[in-house]
Design a binder for this molecule. Structure first.
Ligand SMILES: CC(C)(COP(=O)(O)OP(=O)(O)OC[C@H]1O[C@@H](n2cnc3c(N)ncnc32)[C@H](O)[C@@H]1OP(=O)(O)O)[C@@H](O)C(=O)NCCC(=O)NCCSC(=O)C[C@H](O)C(=O)O
Ligand SMILES: [Mg+2]
Length: 286
């Protein structure tokens, strides 16, 4: 399986202490933000600080993703060109995340400015939802990130614990990512001191099929990592399904029964994915 992306932590590119702290946090990926988390007066300093930090600091196996400002802003083009230079000079960056992607042309525009690094897309506009399939199909795209705050703003929807107003958008992007084999992670849970509410939202995202969730505070990591990792029961079931199916096959049968439920070829694919994910997480050591 690809690198786990259970927990994807945003860090404002301007916050030196948070950038330092993240070298020891149990997140699978980090989004180093130059966009909404950085005040206008700090944009240029944050860009320089981040380029320097990613050249010098050791974030280990965590995926390192830089969220630039949009090309329609005063800072976007310079952000992308600065990181193209920084990466050439040795900065460790695994992907560039583009905000408010509405069409594949938004990806083309950044792809033309920076080569050799995968692109990720923030999915957070109504147009982006409608074009999700074409965006996911872009050859440079590796991952999609739900931006549920911006989406709620565009839709004029209210925040609800069950996220009913978000379901169409979440579902469209999820279908698009899965159809094209791309990573997709869920949006943030804003109430970062509410563990119970966070768990409900993580479980909903995991049930839907998201690969993980974006987070805004280190206190959210443990709940999220647990929710998006295979549980002991899931691992045990996967192992028993594989054993039972192999035994059935050896006896010339195409179907096994485990815990009163049939197990066919397709369930074995899922079972093997569960075990591969558990192994990939164990290999991270967190
Ligand atoms: C939400 C915060 C502003 C809270 O900050 P603060 O009050 O400083 O938190 P604490 O005092 O509890 O911090 C405790 C320690 O943890 C470190 N810390 C805090 N946040 C982070 C972080 N995100 N990453 C790493 N480390 C962090 C502090 O430095 C403290 O360390 P220590 O000194 O050792 O005790 C703050 O958490 C924050 O700024 N979060 C990120 C906000 C952000 O990035 N927002 C933008 C992304 S969300 C978004 O845009 C989604 C999308 O686009 C959409 O549309 O939905
Ligand atoms: Mg946003």
């Amino acid at each position: 399986m690809a690198h786990p992306t259970r927990s994807v932590l945003y860090i404002p590119g301007s916050k030196e202490r948070a950038l330092e702290k993240a070298t020891g946090l149990a997140c699978d990926a980090i989004i180093f933000d130059l966009e909404d988390a950085v005040a206008i007066d700090e944009k240029a300093n944050a860009r320089a600080l981040l380029a320097k930090t990613l050249s010098e600091a050791d974030y280990g196996a965590r995926l390192k993703i830089v969220r630039v400002n949009g090309l329609d802003s005063a800072w976007g083009r310079e952000d992308v060109l600065a990181f193209a230079d920084a990466i050439r000079a040795g900065a460790k960056v695994d992907a560039i995340l583009i905000p408010k992607v509405s069409t594949p042309a938004d990806l083309d525009a950044v792809a033309d400015l920076i080569q050799g690094v995968p692109l990720w897309a923030m999915m957070e506009t109504a147009q982006g939802m409608l074009n999700a399939g074409a965006i996911a199909a872009h050859p440079r795209l590796e991952g999609m990130v739900m931006g549920t705050n911006d989406l709620a703003k565009e839709l004029g929807s209210r925040f609800r614990a069950d996220r009913l107003p978000m379901q169409a958008g979440l579902g469209l992007c999820l279908l698009a990512a899965k159809a094209h084999g791309k990573i997709i992670v869920d949006g943030v849970y804003n109430a970062f001191k509410d563990d119970e509410g966070l768990k409900v939202e993580c479980d909903q995202g995991r049930d839907m099929g998201f690969d993980g969730k974006t987070l805004i505070h280190p206190a959210q990591l443990a709940v999220c990592n647990a929710a998006f990792a295979p549980s002991d029961n899931e691992i045990d079931l996967a192992q028993r399904q594989i054993a039972a199916f192999e035994a059935a096959e050896a006896a010339g049968q195409g179907v096994a029964v485990v815990d009163g439920k049939i197990v066919e070829n397709l369930h074995i694919v899922t079972a093997r994915q569960v075990l591969a994910k558990a192994q990939a997480i164990a290999a991270l050591g967190s």
